[in-house]
Design a protein around this ligand. Structure first.
Ligand code: XLS
Ligand code: NI
Ligand code: NI
Length: 436
């Protein structure tokens, strides 16, 4: 195959003054922020499915994208996608990629044939990894596209489909191990319902938990050391998905004794579909110590579906990086661009523009967030807001040293509480704007 992105050079950092479209104005991989190079903070990843599989079709029209890696023979197309993916990652200077089993290799007539196809392509991926040093941020199994998963995978009423899903996860996890993936994602694409009239919700949730327990056991059995993540999403394709948001995932993990084995992969567009902001989901995960990784994209608040646009909103990127930095940054996780180009952006070079802009947006968000933190512009205010809890009565309550009767007695004697202080919402918004 000819090179997938002809004429595109390795994208270089040129600084904020550069007017060159395919240059980084802010992402300078070696520049240190809070004591660590930007590349280690951001840990960018290319999403195989959107970049190399999604041709731009929608319910009203067919594929538009020019995909030089396409071929009538699906296995040849799969081979071509491998080189295209590594060419893109190298030209962008991205260290990671993410994929579903079915993104990289087509299904055969039987599970055995399917696994053979996968093994052939994984050998090519391993060789490209060896050549470039690029590795998977995470792998996953596609348990939603094939019609066999019409009723769900782990939550299917058909036990054989559950078994098929288990077989697919086992294989995908072995592939993740072989390729040295840093993690493995569970996104419950069809783990939900269309109608409660035909659904035994309690039983489905128990089955989902069983599948995840089996995955944990298998992980230990094969010695895969990557981090497990659940990716919350409330709807689409189903009417309701059980992993609807970070709080629902956390409740599920706690109920079934799975918390220690999982973190969350928070996706920006899924947060807004759940009626939350991206930062809310990140904060909730961080507050409960289950923030693991991020699918960095952007929705359209006027539309009610997962538009998966490339993230270019500086406010959003800044807010996200504030939470990620204060949570201590990524360890196994990173920023995976779970995003596709617009249907009308059909040339291969559009994919490069899209990634360059998204990487720059997060680099800028990182620098702005670090500057806000360096000045203590928000932290000091927040800390001070809770000062009544640092000593005296507040500290006693926090320590569990006061009964409700004692508090009633205290307030009866005092009569009225100490005066409240202003929340200064607008002042804080103005402070953040001053850094942008
Ligand atoms: C779909 C999800 C999916 C996961 C991986 O909405 O974002 O792409 O990231 O299965
Ligand atoms: Ni995603
Ligand atoms: Ni999504």
């Amino acid at each position: 195959m000819d090179r997938a992105f002809p004429g595109v050079e390795k994208v270089a950092y040129e600084g904020p003054e550069s007017k060159k479209p395919l240059a980084f104005k802010h992402y300078n991989p070696d520049e240190r922020v809070e004591g660590k190079p930007m590349r280690e903070h951001l840990r960018f990843s290319v999403a195989y499915w959107h970049s190399f599989c999604n041709g731009g079709d929608d319910p009203f029209g067919t594929e538009t994208r020019q995909m030089p890696w396409a071929d009538d023979d699906p296995m040849q197309a799969a081979r071509n996608k491998v080189t295209a993916c590594f060419e893109l990652c190298e030209k962008l200077g991205v260290q990671f990629y993410c994929f579903h089993d079915r993104d990289v290799a087509p299904e055969g007539d039987t599970l055995a044939e399917t696994n053979e196809n996968l093994d052939e392509i994984v050998t090519l991926l391993a060789a490209e990894q060896e050549r470039t040093g690029i590795t998977p941020l995470w792998g996953t199994a596609n348990l939603f596209a094939n019609p066999r998963f019409m009723h769900g995978a782990g939550t299917s009423p058909n036990a054989d489909v559950f078994a098929y899903a288990a077989a697919q996860i086992a294989k995908a996890m072995e592939v993740a191990k072989r390729l040295g993936a840093q993690g493995y994602v569970f996104w419950g694409g069809r783990e939900g319902y269309k109608s409660l009239l035909n659904t035994d919700m309690g039983r489905e949730l128990d089955h989902m938990a069983r599948l995840l327990h089996l995955a944990v056991e298998h992980k230990h059995a094969i010695g895969f050391e990557g981090q497990f993540y659940i990716e919350p999403k409330p709807k689409e394709p189903t009417k309701h998905q059980y992993d609807s948001d970070a709080a629902a995932c956390y409740a599920f993990l706690q109920k079934y004794g799975l918390v220690e084995h999982f973190k969350l992969n928070i996706e920006s567009n899924h947060a807004t579909l759940a009626g939350h902001t991206f930062q809310h989901e990140l904060e909730y995960a961080a507050a409960n110590r289950i923030l693991g990784s991020v699918d960095a994209n952007r929705g359209d608040l006027l539309l009610g579906w997962d538009t998966d646009q490339f993230p270019t909103d500086l406010y959003e990127a800044t807010r996200a990086m504030l939470t990620i930095l204060s949570a201590g940054g990524f360890t196994t996780g990173g920023l995976n661009f779970d995003a596709h180009v617009a249907r009308e952006s059909f040339e291969p070079i559009d994919l490069v523009h899209a990634h360059v802009g998204a990487m720059d947006a997060f680099a800028r968000g990182l620098k702005i967030a670090a500057a806000i933190r360096a000045d203590g512009a928000l932290d000091a205010f927040v800390k001070d807001r809770y000062v009544s809890w640092d000593s005296g009565l507040g500290a006693e309550i926090e320590a569990g040293n006061k009964t409700m009767a004692e508090l009633a007695e205290y307030m009866a004697a005092k009569g009225t509480p100490d005066a409240n202080a202003s929340g200064r919402v607008e002042m804080l918004e103005n402070i953040v704007n001053a850094y942008l």
